[in-house]
Design a protein around this ligand. Sequence first.
Ligand SMILES: NC(=O)c1ccc[n+]([C@@H]2O[C@H](COP(=O)([O-])OP(=O)(O)OC[C@H]3O[C@@H](n4cnc5c(N)ncnc54)[C@H](OP(=O)(O)O)[C@@H]3O)[C@@H](O)[C@H]2O)c1
Length: 284
Amino acid sequence: MARVLIVGCGYVGGALATRLLTEGHEVFGLRRDPSALPPGVVGLAGDVSEVEGVGALPGALDSVVYAVGAKQRDEASYRAAYLDGLGHVIRALTEEGQDPSRILFTSSTSVYGQSRGEWVDESSPTHPRSFAGEIMLSAERLLHGSRFPSTVLRLGGIYGPGRTRLIDRVRAGEAVAVAETATYTNRIHRDDAAAAIAHLLTLPDPKATYVGVDEDPADAAEVLAWIAERLGVALVETPASESLPVGSRRCRNAALLDSGFCFDYPTYREGYAALMEAAAAESV
Ligand SMILES: NC(=O)c1ccc[n+]([C@@H]2O[C@H](COP(=O)([O-])OP(=O)(O)OC[C@H]3O[C@@H](n4cnc5c(N)ncnc54)[C@H](OP(=O)(O)O)[C@@H]3O)[C@@H](O)[C@H]2O)c1
């Protein structure tokens, strides 16, 4: 049994906590509002963005997962959540003389700047095109530069129970498929993200960085068309010239697969089908 601290025990962190508890581990969850933690998790209240916000941590931690999510998409919120927060947790662990075998940080594929459909993996250049990607990359470097063994998992867009925006937009007739240009999108189901973190924590000698996306960096239009067909609704198509430019890259997850990880939802089709079936069952 391991003692695992999940800092930012929210959407992914909560699913990870439940999984680790099922496997028999002792799980501590830190967030500002610990009343929202899953049952069985030992709650810790704290605001990691504050200098003194971390407080005393449980002793003899075996692993730490940093999965804090910024509440707003602005530079100050990102700095507070990812750079300040991670720095404060590293400092607290250092000052307490803790010796976890690993700290894992849930980073983002936004660290890649490629936007013309290129394939990228852990060895690809990282030239972010947004403040979000810049800050994630700085947080990765902060962690890798610390005294602790560290792993970074660069997640794609997370979807799953309660995060069904794409399905909801198609159902509401608000989703617009862009004709002519392929816009590749990278995603991962929440439960696969949690399972991948749990898996990486068990590896004796993991790589420093993994790309955490499913096996199909599908064209956005293809995904929308598939959802629309399953729902039996029509999609509006707009010419590429009238669409907003968006980043487009294909993230390769070969390193995660080579490490022995298996996806429950290898593509958007399995993931979205499960969500639609759950919604249909609920409405009966
Ligand atoms: N969502 C995506 O599509 C996506 C894509 C790529 C990478 N990621 C990364 O994956 C990770 C997990 O994402 P998620 O969707 O699970 O995140 P989330 O649920 O939005 O946030 C995780 C938790 O962080 C806590 N938190 C936020 N600010 C905090 C603070 N200052 N001090 C302590 N706790 C704080 C929140 O709880 P309280 O509000 O109670 O504090 C929340 O429960 C994040 O690092 C995110 O950046 C997400």
